[in-house]
Design a protein around this ligand. Sequence first.
Ligand SMILES: *Cc1c(COP(=O)(O)O)cnc(C)c1O
Length: 382
Amino acid sequence: MEALPWVGEATPVYVYDFAIVAARIALLRATMPPQLALHYAIKANPMPELLAAIAPLVDGLDVASAGEMGRALSVKPADAISFAGPGKRDAELEAAIRAGVTLHLESEGEGARALALGDRIGGAPRLAVRVNPDYELRGSGMKMGGRPSPFGLDAARVPALVKRIVAAGADWRGFHIFAGSQSLDTAAIMETQAATLALADRLAGESDVKPPLVNIGGGFGIPYFPGDAPIDTAAIGEALGREIARYDMPVAIELGRFLVGEAGVYLARVVDRKDSQSETFLVVDGGLNHHLAATGNFGTVVKRNYPVAVAHRMQDPAEEIVTIVGPLCTPLDRLADKVALPRAEVGDVIAIFTSGAYGASASPSGFLGHAPVREILVNRPR
Ligand SMILES: *Cc1c(COP(=O)(O)O)cnc(C)c1O
């Protein structure tokens, strides 16, 4: 029978287990080179309590809006926070400069605006340059390089901007090179990291200035689907250590999903059970309004089912094939398609695992006017 510990919680709810997050960070600290800085990309899961628990365990926080910057500043000093993302408004640039947060410039125009704002408010802005690399991370769920991009400057345009911001007296902070996300291909990650450091070294030479930090992105994937295997962090760490030793540049990685994805479960309760033609449907009390990614509508090419279970019958054998849908009036609201499960009745709780990243904050919670989802953090430190 064996039940998930949180089966008694009011639904719908996300439960994040901090013990799992802490174990992921410990795994990275044990396998990555000791001199490598570890950053958390907070867009993966910005829940305030979770962020507060993660902050002391990582070296930096990467944010992508003034809203995220505000949350980050409440738990980490400004010099450990960097702000990337296209289309930063003047008010956002100014807030970052006043706070002392590092801006990752996404274009020459943004660089010019940041320098002008720095002049006007009388402070040297902390500026890094984001590079659109001329390669992509192979096997990446979301390709971020090797093509025209709203993110970063094409590598060939970078040295001119670096020289301009250094000449203008800005506080030069280095390069940010992010080539992809959700890769489960260990060899591809190692190759990309080597290429990224080589590119940073070349750009440093062409810019006539050393980078105080090279943020090489992340891209570490997690297994979601049958057949997915975890990446080999020990192999990656060993190779990265050798690469870092070839250059004289401090290096950081930024990870989101890898730190939090497997630490979250989404729980929703069966409201209705119905048969239609040859299929059985379980209708639960939350859907894509809370968990867009599980319905396959958040950056996935092929829709596959997240790992799912009946929360009070974790160990029981499957008895039937069901399709699990949320309460929204759209055929997109399918949390799991034709899964084999023990029989679940109205009132039972369905658990969707691997839900700690790109969940609540990446879902259209206003759509159809249902209540927002609750989020709780368990096993928090002390
Ligand atoms: C989203 C994002 C990340 C985090 O990606 P994950 O796949 O969650 O690790 C890191 N860096 C940048 C620049 C991002 O936009």
